[in-house]
Design a protein. Structure first.
Length: 75
């Protein structure tokens, strides 16, 4: 049974990046109900965890961090 080594960021957040999947910018726009420019602003403000897709080098967003962000603004 192999276990994935967690990065320092994974240790900090308490979960592995992408464990619940990842989203591209357009999917985040649809989920958040905001414009693309707003999502890019949120990325710049580090409101959720981001990374680079290994094949395309495009930005991806950790689904768990985005869902956590959404649950935090609901209260």
């Amino acid at each position: 049974m192999s276990t994935k080594t967690q990065s320092p960021a994974d240790e900090k957040h308490g979960y592995v990046f992408g464990c619940d999947g990842v989203l591209n910018i357009n999917e985040a726009v649809d989920l958040l109900g905001v414009c693309e420019r707003t999502v890019w602003r949120y990325v710049k403000e580090n409101r959720f965890r981001t990374g680079k897709h290994p094949g395309t080098n495009r930005l991806i967003i950790c689904r768990r961090s985005l869902m956590s962000y959404l649950s935090g603004i609901e209260s």
